[in-house]
Ligand binder design. Sequence first.
Ligand code: ZN
Ligand code: ZN
Length: 252
Amino acid sequence: MLNPYWVDLHVHTALSPCGELEMGAPEIVDASRRAGIDIIAISDHNIIDNFPAVSERAEGSPVVLPGIEVQTAEDIHVLAIFRDFSLAESFQAWLWKIWAKMPPTMNDPDIFGDQVVIDKDDGIVRMEEVLLVQGAGYDVDTVVRRIRASGGLAILAHVDRPSFSYPSVLGPFPSDYPADAFELSWRLDSTEAAKWRERYAARTFIRSSDSHMLESIARKHCTKMYLEAPTFDEINLALQGHGGRRVSWPWG
Ligand SMILES: [Zn+2]
Ligand SMILES: [Zn+2]
């Protein structure tokens, strides 16, 4: 039987330099529960290390999926969502391989803010020293291919935004672009959103909060999906419109 679930596949934590320090594990879990959101993905820039804290804290409510918001060589953001932590870790190991050869820029907390790895009670585990908002060295097509070959879902992030989006860097993507879905920003109004739907009629769009602060965790910033259960596999089927599962048009 299909039931509606509220899904937010794009939530940052205190590990993202642009994420507020208030984005701790108990705080994100509480805010998601209060907002009535059933499934979230933790998707910090280029890193997965705060997923365990939020997942352990949530104990299944909400369901927490491991994700990474990859920054490609062209400075395009792509969401990579995985079934489990070990798949996400393997993907991250591949993503960071180039930085072993070409030293990355290090974080300056005075400019970018702290990048804090936390435990489920917001205890500080360590500070990440590599600046997480920089291109990881692979082009967008390679990243998308690798995510999908690793069993993940590849979603072009905030395609309507004027920066760090595929269209802002490379222009319009082809309608058969091999991503699993495209994300529109919740800031978009329904008229503008409808243009995307018209232009890419056969494709699946989601809306996510891209939360960097607690107050933006809200149902009106995410997507309702009809699933048999709140799982990665069911979301995957819904993105494909398989077996009656579906993604509601967020501006419906
Ligand atoms: Zn982004
Ligand atoms: Zn983001």
